[in-house]
Structure formats: C-alpha cells, structure tokens
Design a protein around this ligand. Structure first.
Ligand code: MEV
Length: 309
C-alpha cells in the first residue's frame, strides 16, 4: 500500500491587496497555524481517482466531475506529469476558514497537487506547483494577481509583482500579528469584481489610489527588511484608509480595526479581498492577549496569533 501526505499553509496579505491586481507590488506571509492537508492512498483496482473532503461535505470522482476546481487540479497534475489516472483516494482536510481572505482555495489546491505528484513519484517543485495553482485561481476569480498561489506554495514571506518571479521578503526582525475574523464570508471574486467595475468607470482616480498603495508596500518592504517595526503600524493605517477609498472595507472590518487600535495595536488593516473576512493587527507580544480579547468582545468569531519571520 502506497500513500503520500502533503500540506500547504493559509496566508495573509500584509500590504497591497487589490492594487497588486493592477501591477503594484504587494507583501504576503504564510500562516502556518492554519493548514490544508491532502493524503493520497491506493484504492481498489478500477475505482479511478476519487477526492473526499469531509469538511466541505464533498466526494467526487474526477472522471465525473468535469469542472470542479479540485477535479481540475488533479487533472492538471496528471497532464503535467503525463501519467494515467491512478486508482486512488485523495482525502482533504483543512483548518483554513473559507471565503475569509486567508487563501483557503489556493492552499487546498496546493496541498492536493503536492500530495498527488508526490504519490505519483514526481513531486512538483514550488515554482511548478505555484504555476499550476494559479490556473485554479483563475477559475475561482477571473483576474487573480498570482500572490495567493505564490505565498501558499512557497510557504515563506514574499514581495510580489504580478507577472514577475516572486522575491523572498527578508524579515529583519520577527513581528507579531493578530488575525481576526469578522465572520462575514466574502468570496474574493466579488470584491475583486467590484473594484474592477469602479476602476472601469474612473480609471484615473483608481490608478492614483493603486499607485499610492504600491508606494506604501515599497516602504513597508524596506521597514520589514530593516526590522524597523515602528514604521509598519502607521503604514498599515494608511493602507487601510486607501482600501476604504477603493470600496472594499465594511462596518464589521472597521469595528474590529478600531477595537484593535484602541486596545493598543500599532496598526491594523483588512487582509485579502475585504468586504468581510479577516483583518490583521500589528501587536507587541505582551499586548497580544488583551488585543485578542478586545477583538472577540467586539464580535470577532476567531483570532489567530501569528509571527511573521
Ligand atoms: C486576495 O488575497 C488578494 C487580492 O489582491 C486578489 C489578488 O491579488 O488576486 C484581493
């Protein structure tokens, strides 16, 4: 009996979401405390390749499910490796909240492709995996920048510009973030589509806002590389204000951002597509506990303490 297991982490966008779709730089980091896991094991001869994800309430055979993102992921792996469909069962488990800006879709595809290619004896490297998962991201939402697949497949902080090879983001001094979930589900494609409509109506205004976000991301990269954490909080606050101006914040996010700042966070912003999902707050390690408490009292349904390093 052969079996193979692999995983991929969740992610947060530190700076530059949305503007990154329009060519501006952005920074992202993996969140290893939440994970998608896939295991592939032999099954009875003639059963074909079956995918099971109990927390998505899903069981499908790739021969029958033509368009499901997970079936397409498996098929792309077989095509890339030029292998016939094996008789095997792929089991998926994920602790990454769905439609919450934490990269769940990309991580589940990455874990599946990593496990299946390993099972078939030809493990894909990070760059191959990221290219393959990018194809799936295009199914999830029409115009992805590629940052989500990059950060979950490489599993380390990245500086990312659409269409160019990702650069590692060197973290001069580790920093602490609290991630808090509004509980409002918000598929990325809805937020990205709304921004596109508004950009089409007033390109000049939106291009100027995107450029300003891009400058903040550049400054944040420098601050992170130098370990100058004092500069990061105010940059997050400015980035959040611009995200509000492009129309992707919402009351639930604003309430949590406000609560984090009042409880002593050095800066806070939404992370990912927005219109719900998660926000992130930069915190001193000793104030992490009180800030998590304040966020929960303000309605966060989940908080995660992560260290970017
Ligand atoms: C989603 O994590 C980040 C967005 O910028 C979309 C994308 O880059 O594809 C909102």
């Amino acid at each position: 009996m052969t079996s193979h297991t692999a995983s991929a982490p969740g992610k947060i966008i530190l700076f530059g979401e949305h503007a990154v779709v329009y060519g501006q730089p952005a920074l992202a980091a993996p969140v290893h405390k939440v994970q998608a896991k896939a295991s592939v094991a032999d099954s009875a001869s003639g059963s074909g390749l079956v995918i099971e994800a109990s927390n998505l309430n899903l069981r499908l055979s790739i021969a029958e499910a033509a368009t499901h993102a997970l079936a397409v992921t498996a098929r792309l792996v077989l095509e890339k490796l030029q292998k016939p469909e094996p008789d095997a069962l792929i089991t998926i488990q994920s602790t990454i909240p769905i439609a919450a800006g934490l990269g769940s879709g990309a991580a589940v595809s990455a874990a599946l492709a990593r496990a299946l290619s390993g099972y078939l004896g030809s493990p894909l490297n990070q760059a191959e995996l990221s290219t393959l998962v990018y194809e799936i991201e295009k199914l999830h939402h029409g115009t992805p920048s590629g940052i989500d697949n990059t950060v979950v497949c490489y599993g380390r902080p990245v500086y990312f510009v659409r269409g160019t090879p990702p650069e590692p983001l060197r973290v001069g001094r580790a920093f602490h973030m609290i991630i808090a979930d509004t509980g409002v589900t918000s598929p990325t494609h809805v937020a990205v589509g709304g921004v596109r409509e508004r950009w089409e109506r007033d390109r000049e205004k939106y291009d100027a806002l995107f450029a300003e976000i891009g400058q903040i991301a550049e400054q944040a990269r420098q601050a992170i590389e130098e370990g100058n954490l004092g500069r990061l909080g105010p940059l997050m606050t400015r980035n959040q204000s611009l995200l509000g101006q492009i129309g992707v914040s919402c009351n639930a996010l604003e309430r949590l951002i406000d609560a984090a700042e009042k409880a002593g966070a050095q800066g806070a912003k939404l992370s990912g597509g927005g219109l719900g999902g998660n926000m992130i707050a930069l915190v001193a390690p000793e104030s992490a506990g009180p800030i998590e408490k304040a966020l929960k009292q303000t309605g966060a349904i989940r908080t995660i303490h992560t260290i970017v390093q």
